[in-house]
Design a protein. Structure first.
Length: 392
């Protein structure tokens, strides 16, 4: 193994090249394209991205194209139980951030000799879509990810810190850029071997799937009185938030939610965790932001929204044993090029301590227009119905 030391920044950066071709090949398996049973493609081994179910692996084998540059191919899923569960066929911001996260984990194991039993703590994620409208898959072919490892530092405790920048390039050029920072830790901090039954129960009224832009009830991550009709998912299992009871709300405006944490969710808890996964917090935060904006501003009625730009910061693990309160504020929507845009701030708290925060811009367009632009909706209509569980 060769070690190259690159200086010139605030850290001494260590880039390690794995010369053993056998190690490289161990990460390659023939798997079904994510969420699609009709085609095969060489996806990275699920162990390299810390997944139990191959259906939840979204990237192909990454390759080195420069000293600190890496490339990988990915595909838009068609029949994934969580990320395809929206009116437009894809929860774009959540899925694409997860794709970038998987690539960072895979290249860390493959090129920087991070042990497979290491865990990853993502502390910062930033992203920005190129177009002003919510991202919709108009061309369902593969896309490329180009990741630059901007900073790495070996800490004295044997852990590694890393900062990356990833560009997403499709048929018509770059459509998304993102940055992240993470720390490697012992896997004992991020997973467990036994399922606990001590997840707190709180008086949450889950929102409907429609209100949070999903179709399945298990993807509803926030809650509300079931008589209200303002969220946007198609399966109620995908609703991730719920409104706090009226007597516990701090303001007249609907800005305070409790998160619905279902330990049996087939995607977010496909394997055991000691904490609520960060990607679950992201989806719940987006649901809360979209619901709040559409509920508060009548001009957004009948619209479809997604996070066009965002910054998410995690300061602590989200403890499974304590309820998560979500507070959301949003500015008045304003016309911005081809869409309405509103600035949002979403805060996650356990007790009085903030554990994470999303700040960014929501983009809204007419829902019928967004669905009409989606190439995935037509493909999904030609697939057989999904089974009772979703990618667990």
């Amino acid at each position: 193994m060769n070690k190259v030391v690159i200086s010139g920044n605030k850290y001494a950066f260590f880039f390690e090249k794995i010369e053993d071709d056998d190690k490289r090949e161990k990460g390659i398996v023939m798997q079904v394209k994510p969420g699609n049973s009709s085609n095969t493609t060489p996806l990275v081994d699920r162990g390299l991205v810390h997944k139990s179910n191959p259906e939840n692996v979204f990237i192909e084998e990454p390759s080195r194209i420069g000293a600190r540059e890496f490339r990988a191919l990915a595909h838009f899923p068609v029949h994934h139980g969580t990320y395809n569960d929206t009116p437009t066929g894809l929860s774009a911001s959540g899925y694409l951030i997860e794709v970038a996260r998987q690539k960072v984990i895979a290249l860390s194991h493959k090129f920087f000799d991070i042990p497979l039993d290491a865990g990853f703590i993502i502390s910062v994620i930033d992203w920005h879509f190129s177009r002003p409208t919510p991202f919709v898959v108009e061309h369902p072919g593969p896309f490329e990810l180009f990741t630059s490892v901007r900073e790495t530092a070996e800490r004295g405790d044997g852990k590694m810190k890393c900062a990356t920048r990833t560009r997403f390039v499709g048929r018509h050029g770059e459509f998304l850029t993102g940055e992240s920072a993470f720390l490697t830790v012992s896997r004992n901090m991020t997973s467990r071997t036994k399922r606990s039954s001590d997840t707190p129960t709180i008086p949450v009224h889950p929102l409907t799937a429609e209100e949070v832009q999903v179709r399945s009830p298990h993807n509803v991550l926030i809650g509300l009185d079931p008589e209200d009709e303002d969220v946007r998912v198609q399966d109620l299992r995908n609703v991730l938030i719920g409104l706090a009871p009226a007597e516990q709300r701090e303001e007249a405006e609907i800005t305070s939610f409790f998160m619905v944490v279902d330990r049996n969710h087939p995607y977010f808890f496909e394997h055991e965790n000691t904490h609520v996964p960060g990607m679950m917090l992201l989806e719940a935060g987006k649901q809360a932001a979209v619901f709040s904006a559409r509920r508060r501003y009548p001009a957004l009625e009948g619209s479809y929204g997604d996070l066009r730009r965002g910054e998410i910061r995690f300061s602590r693990f989200a403890d499974l044993k304590r309820p998560i309160r979500i507070a959301c504020s949003c500015d008045s929507p304003a016309p911005a090029e081809e869409a309405f845009r509103t600035h949002v701030v979403v805060s996650f708290k356990q007790g009085k301590r903030e554990i994470g925060r999303i700040e960014g811009d929501l983009s809204f367009v007419d829902a019928a227009e967004a669905v009409g632009r989606s190439a995935l909706v037509g493909e999904q209509a030609n697939l057989p119905p999904a089974e009772g569980k979703a990618n667990g």
